[in-house]
Design a binder for this molecule. Structure first.
Ligand code: AMP
Length: 215
């Protein structure tokens, strides 16, 4: 099974992808995570991407498509893929078709998480993760049970993404509206898009996605 999770920043793609990984043994392919790892490791890709990401703009199609291709090669054919934050442009959607064909895979579902943009800003600027295990938290919606201690691993170190500030978030949303939302008709024409209310409770969204995967 190969699926794309689409939706503006903060729609819950990463949260839902992590659940699918847990439930189905699928693999999350997040170009954002791959790029952040490249920035941290100061690879040539990371050095090129850093300033672009800090502004909330899009990294080049070639770079992200190469990252996806390499991950699929490393994964082997039997593991399902969840594309999270990719494709983000019409060119990437085309490149993904070619990459999937090369790997003998086909796209089963595109799930769009529909959300209210103003609520998203609050969602995004409040989010933080455990620096050790990556568990996700939020200043208002999901604080650790014991203040300052990760529920999952007990770490007391947390981090925030440098691009989760209001100005950058607005740019990321504008990029989504201008470049990513217009690729949906490509997948609509294939009859594989399901739209889900991304403002619903996290568990409700997961249930809806599970229904789609079972259909
Ligand atoms: P994300 O974690 O998906 O919100 O991505 C964080 C940032 O990484 C984005 O704001 C872009 O600068 C960059 N990025 C991630 N995925 C892509 C992609 N598919 N195409 C272009 N840029 C991307």
């Amino acid at each position: 099974m190969n699926i794309i999770l689409l939706g503006p920043p903060g729609a819950g793609k990463g949260t839902q992808a992590a659940r699918l990984v847990e439930h189905h043994g699928m693999r999350q392919l997040s170009t954002g995570d791959m790029l952040r790892a490249a920035v941290k490791a100061q690879t040539p890709v990371g050095l090129e991407a850093k300033a672009i990401m800090e502004r909330g703009e899009l990294v080049s199609d070639e770079i992200v498509s190469k990252l996806i291709d390499a991950e699929l090669t490393a994964m082997g054919p039997d593991v399902g893929a969840i594309f999270d934050g990719y494709p983000r442009t019409a060119a990437q959607a085309e490149q993904l078709d070619a990459i999937l064909a090369r790997h003998g895979r086909k796209l089963d579902h595109v799930i769009e998480l529909e959300v209210d943009e103003d609520a998203l800003v609050e969602r995004i600027i409040g989010r933080f993760t455990c620096a050790n295990c990556g568990a996700g938290y939020h200043d208002i919606y999901k604080l650790p049970k014991v203040a300052g201690v990760c529920d999952k691993c007990g770490s007391t170190e947390f981090k925030r993404r440098p691009d989760d500030n209001e100005e950058t978030v607005r740019t990321r949303m504008a990029e989504y509206r201008a470049k990513t939302a217009p690729i949906l008709p490509i997948y609509d024409a294939r009859g594989i898009v399901t739209r889900i209310d991304g403002m619903a409770a996290i568990d409700t969204v997961t249930d809806r996605i599970e229904q789609v995967l079972a259909s």
